[in-house]
Ligand binder design. Sequence first.
Ligand SMILES: C[S@@+](CC[C@H](N)C(=O)[O-])C[C@H]1O[C@@H](n2cnc3c(N)ncnc32)[C@H](O)[C@@H]1O
Length: 279
Amino acid sequence: MVSLADHLFSKKATEQDTKVNAPKFMPPEELRVALPEPSIQLDQDSEWCLVEKPEGWQEIRFHDYGEIYDIPGLYEKLFYEILQCDSPAQVCQLLAEHLRGQDATPSSLRVLDLGAGNGIVGQELKHVGASTIVGVDIVEQARKAALRDRPGVYTDYLIEDMTDLPEPARRRLESFRFNCLTCVAALGFGDIPTEAFVRAYELVEPGGFVAFNIKRDFLDGGDLSGFAELMRAMIDENILEVSCTKAYPHRLATSGDPIEYVAIVGTKRAEVPAAMLSS
Ligand SMILES: C[S@@+](CC[C@H](N)C(=O)[O-])C[C@H]1O[C@@H](n2cnc3c(N)ncnc32)[C@H](O)[C@@H]1O
């Protein structure tokens, strides 16, 4: 069986070679972080670090996002300064290139940023020129950190579970008439479930842009969440038209090995049928 990676890369997709610069961050000088010994091989969803606090060193799992966002500068120091994360810049640059190729005006973008975290993707989208950027995340600390560290980036920022969106929140999101969806470093590993991605996709107008990334292994059959299967069906049925992809190192693991991801940019052509989500 052909893996989704081969499928994607053979299907109209072009590998881009863009030089991107990571956004500038200023973690507080005094913030001290220690990583496990590089010889310890940890799965991506069980990685952890030690952070020095006034009461002593505290272990924090990378997936305890709320705890990380609560400490100003920790997310930036850990993922960007030490582990050299490049995903927000890579995905947003690929989106920007695609817009240029389409003669689309970045300022016309009304973006739903799913799994927005502390706003680094929002900051990149602002840099691209998007006029409206609305964040959704499931943890309250994400919105607090985005407003604290990147005020003025998000037009609105909702804390919601996209799989169980209350009616007032749905109406609020619908009122933005999104023509772009971004979802960066948030799919898989117990983060955003497939259904949440589909619910966000439903909020984007047909013809809207979709920009996201996923671990390369997931496209090669290593995904148990059903996301790769859904993606394959969406592409085959021309529900999502993939225009460009780019494989790149998302960040280093605590072992020092690069974690390979693929950025994907395409256009929404149709809604996802209910049967496709449940199959
Ligand atoms: C690795 S962070 C990425 C944040 C941001 N996109 C970035 O690239 O910096 C993943 C984010 O997804 C959020 N998340 C996880 N599950 C979610 C869900 N079901 N709905 C919305 N956000 C979710 C987490 O709270 C976290 O903020």
